[in-house]
Design a protein around this ligand. Structure first.
Ligand SMILES: [Zn+2]
Length: 137
């Protein structure tokens, strides 16, 4: 039984047994209180974009491995999860203004976390009635 791949990506974090601070990546000791008793947990797969920017030039290589077709700009940012932890992640988008404050869903966790706008994946008519699709030229 393999259920840890492809179907639903997960982010593993940890929670402090003393002060309940959640950390990502999972840590064996708490950065807030210094406690050494932590429990591994699955983090939420939805969050809110806290900040974002566009990476317009290739990062230092290594560790960055440019794709075979060459580098193209991509969005990166921090996604705040309900657990109170901010996760650095790749974002599916081309404009920080369109990303910041939006709800996003985890779409990949390997090799790095990546999120896509929640509205792009599901049609939730009750909450997204005001969404318009504008083409910026
Ligand atoms: Zn702690």
């Amino acid at each position: 039984m393999t259920e840890n791949q492809t179907l639903s990506p997960r982010l593993r974090g940890s929670r402090c047994e003393h002060c309940e601070t959640v950390a990502f990546p999972a840590s064996v000791s708490c950065q807030r209180c210094g406690g050494s008793e932590t429990t591994g947990i699955d983090l939420s797969t939805t969050g809110t974009v806290w900040t974002a920017t566009i990476q317009r030039f290739p990062p230092k290589s290594p560790p960055y491995v440019p794709p075979a077709e060459g580098f193209s700009p991509y969005a990166v940012g921090y996604v705040e999860l309900p657990e109170g932890v901010k996760v650095e992640a790749l974002l599916d988008g081309t404009s920080p203004v369109d990303l910041i404050g939006r709800e996003v869903v985890l779409v990949g966790s390997d090799p790095v976390p990546s999120f896509a706008l929640a509205g792009a994946l599901t049609t939730n008519a009750s909450t997204t009635t005001a969404v318009t699709t504008e083409e910026e030229v």
